[in-house]
Ligand binder design. Structure first.
Ligand code: ADP
Ligand code: MG
Length: 704
């Protein structure tokens, strides 16, 4: 019986219900899934080394005949023991040992020909005697290696075991599947692109990625750089990018709002500016305004480092919409940030006729209700809020412009939900997505390829570089002394802790330290305490007091991470800095260095910190460039962690690796976008395949 890619794994010999269950644990259900399970390593088991030529330290393959084989039991440990084997070829004797090797008693017999693969070492107790510990092994049939042996006589693929399913079992299953799939199968990747990159058809690529030809280059293989592997990686990227290209195209075909931009509106924008915009801010506003005038909806990403002045640009754009008689929604990921945006909007728009509202779930029900009805009646021009904006009851009168300050916490789907709120306006609103910290290029390419990009690559003038130091706890007296000096010079300071209350992990906690610092350390200064469990009004009061300078030192948790903007604050002390991620540290540091005065960030840790934490802290002291920090953060944490578990729009790849395969990603992106623009003859079939096979995985429900 022939297999199909969609066959369940139980169609393979040796896979019953329990093994199928074990494979399912790894997400492997079909033959196709199995073929996506590529080896992570390969071993050359073609070139056998004669035993006489073995040297300690070699990693190699030996073919020899078993002389003796048997279990040597540990004293007093029941049946457990070390399995010993001695094998020879004409040139010498090699020993092998396996711990807990009881089961091998059923495998090896004297006189058998076996292949052993492993690292050669000298037996520490018997000088001159060479051995392999736990080598990979295969017993050859009497006639020598069978032609299609998966274990030797070839470059052997090594798979990550899936529970009890060993690499060896994977080799057998994959081999069987490849042998029994139809010889010819349609290749979803357009032939023109295959030709352009020199890629083999998919079937051949799979064959070679699992069982490489004897002359394959082992180094390229292990780096996933052979054409066969590249073809499979490229394919994953290509179909994602194709989906994003289609999404972008589709959005451009939708009916949008062609906002008018005239001198009156330009004047209205100028009026809210308390300073001269930077050249970058001007350029970016021009890009945004240009899009807003188009008859199709804008989908734009505004990236900029912490403190580059994204907020004001967003407000300027909002004015264009409001002056055109449309409502604006600004959605932020946390209540504190929403509140911050709300307050700065109220302040910024104080001299304007725009009516501004706030909607977060912490508000009293009555207030929320009032806000909702104002919104629906068109008595609000700008509504700032959190996820609460997405709730069913929220209806806009005439939504025309959406700003998502997402800090990559909102997914594509949530963006779309908000867009749907604008249905009454019979045209799709414009969308501006802002990120709180820079996103590494590779991630931006997978998350935001369907968006146009604007980059604020310049900080407002007069910023002085922040001095960052890392000190250990025993020097805290000096740190407090420094804080005292800064405060007596008129500045303000943040002191941040990783947790609110004392915990079992013996971390210093904000509430406890607030009391201690107030009493013992800064007894003559005014301190405030801010954390996520305070009620909304309490938070607002605390922030307000700090903003006005009434409190001089703000003791807080990482709730002050984003959005807080107090230019007079020049000191950021972070206790237990080893507990914070890079992006968080960078954000926290971004709270200072916002005014004329020199700023100082002090990272405090216990004397001993782990290696990864050390790397983060060193990075912080060495650079202030958010783009560099983001790249390193991605390397240290990987894409999933980097984005946080709350990211919904993110895709996981089966073979591709964003860090390793950046170049292929760029190529696939360009190819996919050109493909959509050019619409070659294969277009329809390719899109049809995308819809059938990738849509769900890549959450592209809205494109095809
Ligand atoms: P971001 O949101 O990009 O981190 P903000 O929008 O909060 O940055 O701006 C940071 C600070 O810089 C704010 O205090 C803001 O008022 C100020 N600012 C923004 N643009 C300028 C400018 N062109 N000149 C001077 N100050 C600016
Ligand atoms: Mg901001």
């Amino acid at each position: 019986m022939e297999l199909a890619l969609s066959s369940p794994l139980t169609a393979l010999p040796g896979v019953g219900p329990s093994r199928a269950e074990q494979l399912q644990q790894k997400g492997l259900a079909t033959v196709e899934d199995l073929l996506y399970y590529l080896p992570f390593r390969y071993e050359d088991r073609i070139h056998f080394t004669p035993v006489g030529e073995l040297r300690p330290g070699m990693k190699t393959c030996v073919a020899a005949e078993v002389m003796t084989a048997g279990l040597v039991r540990f004293r007093g440990r029941g049946r457990r023991g070390v399995f010993h084997l001695a094998a020879s070829d004409k040139t010498g004797i090699l020993y092998a040992k396996w711990f807990y090797g009881d089961y091998l008693a059923r495998v090896f017999r004297p006189g058998q020909r076996v292949v052993l693969y492993g690292k050669v070492e000298e037996d520490p107790h018997r000088p001159g005697q060479l051995q392999m510990i736990q080598p990979q092994h295969e017993v050859l049939s009497a006639r020598g290696a069978a032609a299609d042996s998966t274990e030797s006589g070839r470059i052997v693929p090594i798979y990550e075991a899936a529970g009890p399913v060993s690499s060896r079992v994977f080799r057998r299953l994959v081999h069987y599947a490849l042998e029994h799939l139809p010889r010819t199968m349609p290749d979803p990747l357009p032939a023109s692109l295959r030709a352009q990159h020199g890629f083999a058809p998919r079937r051949a690529a799979r064959q070679q990625a699992h069982f490489p030809p004897a002359d394959a280059n082992l180094e390229l293989l292990e780096a996933f750089r052979t054409l066969a592997q590249q073809r499979l990686i490229y394919e994953e990227f290509f179909f994602l990018e194709l989906g994003l290209a289609l999404r972008r195209q589709r959005a451009r075909q939708a009916r949008g709002i062609a906002f008018a931009l005239n001198d009156n509106i330009r004047q209205a924008i100028k009026k809210i500016l308390p300073f001269h915009p930077t050249a970058a801010q001007k350029r970016v506003l021009k890009e945004i305004a240009g899009d807003m005038q188009q008859p199709f909806p804008m989908n734009r990403l505004l990236q900029g480092d912490v403190g580059s002045g994204k907020t004001i640009v967003a407000f300027e754009a909002a004015i264009i919409a409001m002056e055109n008689g449309y409502q604006v929604a600004l959605m932020a990921p946390t209540e504190i940030l929403a509140e911050q945006h709300y307050l700065s909007a109220v302040q910024r728009f104080a001299q304007t006729p725009y009516r501004i509202g706030l909607l977060v779930s912490g508000l009293p029900a009555k207030e929320k209700k009032q806000t909702r009805s104002d919104l629906e009646n068109g008595d609000l021009d700008l509504l700032v809020g959190t996820h609460a904006l997405l709730e069913k009851e929220v209806a806009f009168h005439r939504l025309g412009f959406i700003i998502v300050d997402e800090q990559h916490r909102f997914g594509v789907m949530q963006r779309l939900e908000l867009i749907r709120k604008a249905q009454g306006a019979n045209a799709r609103p414009d969308v501006l997505v802002m990120t709180a910290t820079p996103i590494p290029r590779t991630l931006a390419l997978t998350l935001y390829s369907d968006l146009e990009m604007s980059l604020l690559n310049e900080l407002p003038p007069g910023r002085t570089a922040i001095k960052t130091r890392w000190v250990t706890d025993e020097r805290s007296a000096g740190v407090w002394e420094f804080v005292r000096k800064q405060v007596s010079a008129g500045r303000q300071a943040y002191i941040v802790y990783p947790v609110i209350d004392e915990s079992k992990q013996e971390l210093k906690a904000a509430t406890k330290e607030y009391e201690r610092l107030s009493k013992n350390v800064f007894d003559r200064l005014r301190l405030g305490l801010l954390h996520g469990r305070l009620r909304r009004e309490e938070k607002a009061q605390v922030m307000d007091a700090f903003r006005r300078g009434t409190t001089q030192i703000l003791v807080a948790t990482s709730v002050v991470e984003v959005g807080v903007d107090v230019p007079n604050a020049t000191v950021m002390v972070i206790e237990h800095a080893e507990r914070f991620g890079l992006a968080q540290l960078h954000q926290l540091r971004g709270r200072i260095g916002r005014g004329r005065h020199a700023s100082h960030c002090i990272l405090m840790t216990p004397a001993n910190v782990g290696d990864v934490a050390r790397e983060r802290l060193d990075t912080m002291t060495q650079t202030q460039d958010g783009f560099k920090i983001a790249e390193l953060d991605l390397k240290l944490r990987g894409p999933g962690e980097f984005l946080g578990t709350r990211q919904h729009g993110f895709v996981s790849f089966r073979i591709a690796n964003l860090l390793r395969d950046q170049e292929l990603l760029s190529a696939a992106k360009n190819d996919a976008f050109e493909f959509v623009a050019a619409r070659p003859p294969e277009f329809d079939a390719t899109v049809e395949y995308l819809r059938r096979s990738w849509q769900r995985r890549y959450q592209l429900a809205d494109v095809a």
